[in-house]
Design a binder for this molecule. Structure first.
Ligand SMILES: Cc1cc2nc3c(=O)[nH]c(=O)nc-3n(C[C@H](O)[C@H](O)[C@H](O)COP(=O)(O)O)c2cc1C
Length: 168
């Protein structure tokens, strides 16, 4: 069956030490199992307002750095916010955060921004805690376990199924 534009899921992400990247890979692979959804994964630095405007569903995936979303994810919102304002009202979204110990700061910031866009949450935020609190652990590449990736897989399944069935 042909994929229609009404079933596109855009996952926007940034990652420095690969934790968020693995979350995105797991989520995207799960969503791609739904044949009627076109899953697009884009690095935040490569994402333009037109990408956001063309997406029927959005997943934002960011590390938490210094109590907030990463600077590169913030830059993406800075570049796209006003071009998308009032043009994507009611579209479904979800949020994934990779954090060393917390994650709530990044969640709060993004939830506030997408409230301005008036997006509709389809699931609670997924926060994966990688227990990195020393400089060595923080700066080393992350390797997420199956149990850490499982909520990302669930989110991909749920989001894609909901889009395919026209639930959102
Ligand atoms: C500059 C910097 C600041 C960080 N600040 C926080 C923080 O405020 N809260 C937290 O839970 N983790 C913090 N961390 C840990 C990261 O969230 C963690 O290393 C995570 O794996 C980052 O995601 P990534 O692997 O996709 O880059 C920080 C890491 C860096 C490099």
């Amino acid at each position: 069956m042909q994929v229609t534009p009404s079933n596109s899921l855009l996952i926007i992400y940034h990652s420095m030490t690969r934790g968020t990247h693995q979350m995105v890979q797991a989520c995207a692979a799960a969503a791609q199992n739904e044949p009627n959804v076109n899953v697009i994964v884009k690095h935040a630095s490569q994402t333009e307002a037109s990408d956001v405007l063309n997406a029927n569903g959005l997943i934002f995936a960011t590390p938490e750095y210094l109590g907030s979303m990463s600077g590169i994810m913030k830059d993406c919102f800075d570049r796209t916010y006003y071009a998308c304002l009032e043009k994507i009202v009611g579209r479904p979204y979800a949020l994934m955060v990779c954090a060393g110990s917390d994650g709530q700061g990044a969640v709060r910031q993004i939830e506030r921004i997408v409230t301005g866009w008036r997006l509709k949450p389809v699931a609670p935020p997924v926060i994966v805690n990688v227990s990195a609190q020393t400089p060595e652990r923080i700066l080393s590449d992350k390797r997420l376990s199956e149990s850490q990736l499982s909520p990302c897989i669930e989110l991909g399944n749920l989001f894609a199924a909901g889009l395919a069935m026209g639930l959102f």
